[in-house]
Design a protein around this ligand. Structure first.
Ligand code: AMP
Length: 288
């Protein structure tokens, strides 16, 4: 079993023991309800040289707006621990909200431009919650390397920016999206889907694949690529928040120049569930 700690003080003491022995520490921040997408991040920090892997499980109230799914977010702690054990995680950090944000808490980390659009436009306080909690996790863990999923593309880019801007001595990995065999990106929120919604949800994968294939065959007009994806997604979903193409590096919506990469990003709602996904245009989307 991995060791289990609940406070930043205990976490720092445990990782300090690793560092004293010269063992590189890797961190995988999660909100639990673990799946193979999360566990791919454990493998990634190990492949990047971490001898010890810390996985945090914390459903972070700061990144949920009042009307969002904080109280019903899936919590599967015992199963999560079993998965961590199966993947050789050394230490699980599972603080409660009062330990993370004690009375009087009033300090936040905010990344500006890259958080204003897309998810940041739909969820205005979301990224400030993410960057604040990840900064705290970095301080309490002291990792050499930390892994994030490209599933949350804007989040990964935001955290890269934070680490660069604040001179945090941490290597940030952006790991490929782990998909189900029918293309749906793995997500803790997939548990919300009814069987019918679950089968309709693969439309995002089909839309991204259609746009990506067209791009690979030379199509460069954003409107055409977006229409190809939307044709697949619109009939299956109840509403679309966005289907858009941005510069893969800085996430701006502009004409992508030769030599730059284009990323298509999607957010759409099916029943009460909001799903996000994305793909690098021109690349084949990898299935399990
Ligand atoms: P979450 O528990 O949803 O906050 O996710 C924790 C981390 O796992 C984030 O860095 C996510 O981007 C990453 N992640 C979630 N789903 C996937 C997936 N299907 N493939 C790769 N990484 C993922």
């Amino acid at each position: 079993m991995p060791s289990l700690v609940h406070t930043a003080r205990e976490l720092f003491a445990a990782t300090e023991a690793y560092r004293t022995r010269g063992e590189r520490v890797g961190l995988v921040p999660t909100m639990g309800a673990l799946h193979e997408g999360h566990m791919s991040l454990v493998e990634a920090v190990r492949a990047a040289g971490a001898k010890r892997v810390v996985l945090s499980i914390f459903v972070n109230p700061l990144q949920f707006a009042a009307h969002e799914d904080l109280s019903k977010y899936p919590r599967t702690f015992e199963e999560d621990l079993a998965r961590c054990r199966a993947h050789g995680v050394d230490l699980v950090y599972a603080p409660d909200a009062a330990a993370m944000y004690p009375a009087g808490f009033q300090t936040h980390v905010e990344v500006e431009q890259v958080t204003r659009t897309l998810e940041g436009a739909a969820r205005p306080t979301h990224f400030r919650g993410v960057t604040t909690v990840v900064a705290k996790l970095f301080n309490a863990t002291g990792p050499c390397v930390a892994a994030f999923g490209q599933k949350d593309y804007q989040q990964w880019r935001t955290l890269e920016r934070m680490v660069r801007d604040l001179d945090m001595p941490i290597e940030v990995l952006g790991c490929p999206i782990v998909r189900e065999s029918d293309g749906l990106a793995q997500s803790s929120r997939n548990r919300y889907l009814s069987p019918d919604e679950r089968s309709r949800a693969t439309a995002i994968y089909r839309g991204l694949s259609a746009a990506s294939a067209a791009y690979a065959h030379g199509e460069r007009k954003s409107a055409v690529l977006v229409a190809l994806a939307t044709q697949q997604i619109a009939p299956a979903f109840d509403s679309i928040d966005y289907v858009t193409i941005v510069c893969a590096d800085d996430l701006t919506e502009r004409q992508i120049e030769a030599g730059e990469d284009a990323q298509m990003l999607v957010a759409a709602r099916i029943g009460k569930t909001r799903l996000i996904d994305n793909a690098r245009l021109g690349q084949v989307l990898v299935l399990r």
